[in-house]
Design a protein around this ligand. Structure first.
Ligand code: NAP
Length: 278
């Protein structure tokens, strides 16, 4: 087989710490190959203390055209950007950057990636609880507001961060210790923390039992599959959505942002082994 990488190959990637679990390389490389583009997509593991030097170093390397950002870097990137889209500015977090003449520019494709699997929901969603207060939680809050959800509560372990979120988005906040009260009469629960990758669940079995029977339980994680949270919710007969749908749609939007072409979304879905309705 002819090697795909040559002297002209350009580079995309995903920067985070850790990134070993990420399925973005599989999804994007399949799409790049399908369209015959002279690009590769690689993992870029960067610990927080090396972030500044990595961002500058990646810009110095002219074949690096853009990358995704994941935990814990979606907010750290903001001071390093020369520009960002209005949506990214509203969210206050960036998950996709691309090279411009003057430096990195960014956008946020998590918002619409999050919304996509919920658009087919026939239910009128009115009350949502978001677990977490990081970059993904901010995108999910903006996504919930775009969906017209009126009553949104962010639940987290840092009161300082929650207070900033409450003011920024005009939503309710709740410390983790009072989660039981926040779960009353909800329509949508979204886990935006990494709790689940370690085989823990952010909700106890008792809290799952307390959810209304029409609750949609949405976990941004996709490893393990199902996550402990979704496993318990499925066992209770609740509607569940895992992070692979969001990964697909945020990835397709990032692909178009970098390359200016329509993403081959069916090919990307096939790479993730998930169904896709065109
Ligand atoms: P982040 O900015 O670092 O935020 C992580 C959040 O989780 C913070 O609020 C953090 O609380 C909280 N947290 C961490 N460990 C916790 C624990 N043991 N108990 C309670 N809360 C805890 O990361 P992010 O970018 O928002 O990403 C969050 C997760 O979503 C990641 O696992 C990421 O892979 C996933 N994600 C998936 C997709 C997708 O397409 N499927 C898209 C975006 C994100 P503190 O602030 O108190 O530390």
């Amino acid at each position: 087989m002819t090697p795909r990488i040559s002297g002209t190959t350009k580079i995309l990637g995903v920067m985070g710490y850790p990134v070993t679990y990420s399925l973005s390389p599989v999804m994007h490389n399949r799409a790049l190959e399908h369209l015959g583009l002279d690009y590769v997509y690689v993992p870029l593991p960067v610990p927080m203390e090396q972030f500044s030097v990595a961002i500058r170093g990646l810009f110095a390397c002219e074949s690096i055209m853009g990358f995704n950002l994941t935990i814990p870097h979606k907010q750290e990137i903001l001071p390093y950007l020369v520009d960002m889209t209005p949506l990214a500015r509203t969210v206050g977090a960036v998950n996709t950057v691309k090279r411009s003449e003057k430096g990195w520019v960014g956008t946020n494709t998590d918002v619409d990636g999050f919304i996509y699997p919920l658009q087919s929901s026939k239910l009128q969603l009115q009350k949502a609880v978001i677990l977490g207060s990081g970059g993904a939680a901010k995108a999910v809050i903006v996504g919930c507001q775009k969906l017209g959800i009126q009553n949104i509560t962010a639940v987290g372990r840092s009161l300082d961060k929650l207070e900033i979120l409450g003011q920024q988005f005009n939503i309710h906040i709740c410390p983790w210790a009072q989660l039981d009260q926040a779960l009353e009469n909800i329509d949508l629960l979204v886990n935006c923390t990494p709790v689940g990758m370690d085989n823990q669940s952010p909700l106890t079995p008792g809290q799952i039992a307390q959810l209304p029977p029409t609750t949609i339980v949405y976990d941004l994680l996709y490893t393990p599959r199902p996550t402990p949270l979704l496993h318990m919710a499925e066992t209770r007969g609740l509607t569940t959505i895992d992070g692979l749908q969001m990964l697909l749609y945020q990835g397709a939007l990032a692909f178009t942002y970098w390359l200016g072409v329509e993403a081959p979304i069916a090919v990307m879905a096939e790479a993730l082994a998930i169904p896709h309705k065109s």
